[in-house]
Structure formats: C-alpha cells, structure tokens
Design a binder for this molecule. Structure first.
Ligand code: 48F
Length: 260
C-alpha cells in the first residue's frame, strides 16, 4: 500500500537533511556546466565537502546543445583524457580532434560527479555573495522560481571556504562582486572585463591561464574565466572547459590544504 503523505514526508525529510548537511562547505560551485561538473567531481574525489548550485532544472549547462543544436561536441587532444576518465566514449575525427555525443557527455559528467560525492542543488540560484574582510565567505541563495517570478522573497545563505564561479558567459558571481565592491579597495580584483569575439584556439589556451583566483575566495572556471579576464569565446569546443574545471579543483584543493 502506498500512503501519499509518507511519500511527501520522505521527500521533505530527505531534502532538508541534505540541505542541512551542506550549509557549511569547503567549496561551493555555482553553475552546473561542464567546468563546474569536472571541478565538483575532482574536489569530491579529493575528500572535500563540495556542493553545486544550479539555476536550471537540468545539469549540463551549454553542453546539451553541442554546436548550434547539432548535439555533438569537439574536444582537443589535451582534454581527451578527461573524457576517458569520466568514461565518455569519443571518436577521433581528424588527428587531434575528438567528438562525443553531447547528451551522453552531459549526462555522464553529471552522473559520475554525483556518484563521486558532489551534491547538486538544482533549481537554486546564487543571487548575491557574503563578503567579510574583503573576502567572499558565502553565497546568498534563492529558488530560481522566486527569481523568475520576480517575487519579493528573502533568500537564505550558506558558508563556503571557497567559491568557484562556473556560471559560463554570464560570470554571475564575479559580476555580483564587481557591482558591490568598491573598485578603490580592489584594484586588480573584483572586476569583470567582459568576453571578446570568437577565436577557438586563443580562447581555449586562455581559458586555462584565466582559471585563477579572481577575487579573494573566488575562483573562475570554464567560460567564466575568459569573460572575467577579457579573453575570447570558443564556440563548441569543450576541452578547455574540462581542463579548466580540473585546474580549479586542483588549485582550490591545494589552498584548502594550506589553510588547514
Ligand atoms: O554555460 P555553462 O555550460 O558553463 P561552462 O561550464 O561551459 C561553457 C560551455 O557550455 C559553452 C562554451 C564552451 O565552448 O562556451 O558555453 O563554463 O554552464 C553554466 C551554468 O551556470 C548556471 C547556468 O544555468 C548554467 O547551467 N548559472 C548561471 N548563473 C547562475 C547559475 C546563478 N546565478 N546561480 C546558479 N546557476
């Protein structure tokens, strides 16, 4: 026999338990695209307490649609090993160019990351950050439906030792910071330079260079890195996103160790 109220109770209790367990984090990742998913998997694997907050219902960001809705993606040689690590099948198209089915890739990144220990809260948007002593120390969160309906509902907060902005082109965490922080106080940091036009090779190389601490306590990952530091966009080549997620996780993991 199925009791409807028991079903409701099960969902409420389990969700609250999950949320309660993730109010104080080592790392909070904002955005569930490929960069965020790789970062999340790596940090979880290294034993850090990590959660991801994603505005949308689905996880995977811009990966599902491949290039212009042709649901295939391209990765370059250097990034193929990350697809191998996640066991995403890919095929060589020409030397140095590999393709993968974008639906298989997005769903597998999500599956592997969550099975490794990344907890994902979908339908939750970062609307603001908390800054203490000129360092980000937490996120201000609300239901995406509240945001979309424009309802006047106050948010809730979580604390995190580190935040990874993996919100893609919009660089939303760093844009929030840029709007709030007095430029006088933060000469090189707290600014969003905005992304440039499309140039795949330059963009892919710069993505890795631009994966770094952009404001005390906040790392960039993925396309956000180029948006923040004024570099190119790359279109549907995804290797840089995967490598950037990996780099963000490794460096944030290192900083967490140093801070202990
Ligand atoms: O855009 P997205 O896939 O970011 P990424 O991992 O990868 C970029 C590529 O998809 C593509 C590209 C590669 O050639 O240029 O664009 O850098 O995923 C970003 C995710 O962040 C979510 C958004 O819904 C998307 O799923 N997001 C954005 N702002 C917020 C957010 C926010 N304020 N709160 C929560 N999630």
């Amino acid at each position: 026999m199925l009791e409807e109220v028991t079903i409701t109770k099960a969902i409420i209790h389990r969700y609250m338990e999950k949320l309660d367990n993730h109010l104080e984090l080592d790392v909070a990742i904002v955005g569930g695209g490929p960069a965020g998913l790789v970062a999340g998997k790596k940090l979880a694997e290294a034993g850090h307490k990590v959660a991801m907050f994603e505005r949308k219902l689905s996880i995977g960001g811009g990966m599902w649609g491949g290039g212009m809705m042709f649901n295939e993606i391209v990765v370059q040689e250097e990034a193929k090993r990350i697809l191998d690590e996640f066991q995403v099948p890919c095929r060589e198209f020409e030397p140095g160019y590999y393709t993968a089915d974008s639906v298989l890739c997005a769903s597998t990144l999500c599956s592997v990351a969550t099975k490794t220990g990344l907890t994902i809260f979908n339908l939750v948007s970062m609307e603001d950050v908390m800054i203490r002593h000129n360092r980000v120390m937490g996120l201000v969160l609300n239901w995406s439906s509240v945001e979309m309906a424009g309802l006047h509902v106050d948010p809730l907060t979580i604390k995190a030792k580190w935040v990874i902005d993996a919100t893609g082109h919009a660089a939303e965490v760093l844009n929030v910071i840029a709007r709030k922080v007095d430029a006088e106080l933060n000469t090189a940091s707290g600014k969003v330079m905005g992304e440039r036009s499309l140039w795949a090779e330059q963009a892919e190389n710069h993505t890795l260079d631009n994966t770094k601490e952009a404001f005390p306590g906040v790392y960039t990952a993925g396309m956000c890195a180029n948006a923040v530091f004024g570099s190119y966009r790359m279109g549907p080549v995804f290797g840089g996103m995967l490598l950037s997620g990996e780099k963000a996780a490794a460096e944030v993991g290192e900083r967490l160790k140093q801070d202990k």
